[in-house]
Design a protein around this ligand. Sequence first.
Ligand code: OAD
Length: 238
Amino acid sequence: MKAAVRDWVRAARRIVVLSGAGMSAESGVPTFRDAQTGLWAKFRPEQLATEEAFRADPGMVWDWYQLRREMIGKVVPNAGHLAVAAFQQRHPGRLAVVTQNVDGLHQRAGSAGVLALHGNIAEDRWLDRPRACCTRASLEPGRPPRCAVCGNLRRPAVVWFGEMLPPAQLAAAQDAAAACDLMLVVGTSGVVYPAAGLARSTRGRVAIVNPEETELDDAADAVLRGTSASLLPYLLED
Ligand code: OAD
């Protein structure tokens, strides 16, 4: 099956890689739904990754994100991210990356035009709609930083539960899914929509790369049970 999927890659004019947390697992970033250690075991992301949780205890949620930022700052892209980026460089315009990951590892590997559906953990934005006073000059450091004039808080620029995905990124991802001949669904459990819906909406072939069963297996033309860092270099070699 592995060889068949590699042939599909070679024949495809347009490829989408739809990635999830498992893509970064071999870089040392914990996934969401596997057994976790430390903070990840104590808190479910669903409990902290909401606007309600942030408004209730901004310091605690901010600190939790700072820990994740520190952890992500220490890891590096793995062979899976690098294989995707190298393919894009060899074949400009042929492969689009759509990711649910906020860790920026695809971008750091050198992938261009990454559609980061759930935002980027390295960036912040204003919690409430910025007022005229909310500028860089008024920013007061803290946990979280705030506008010294009106008190508006900074928050991580990630999509929290119950929030809309960035509309332009989602539309571009839907267009890429509609236009592709092949979608490689890598390292995602396929339980979170609308991202998972991209694999169901494409008319192209769907191949899954995941060591475990996923909710999208039934939508796949091929299921490869293996890890992204071990399979992607093989699938994406010329
Ligand atoms: P999950 O934690 O739900 O799933 C991770 C998937 O990666 C599982 O299917 C694992 O079997 C698989 N996996 C683990 N190691 C792997 C490896 N080395 N290679 C390939 N696959 C591997 O993560 P996501 O599906 O990304 O949303 O979760 C989707 C969204 O739910 C996240 O973006 C996040 C979360 O709540 C937001 O933050 C909005």
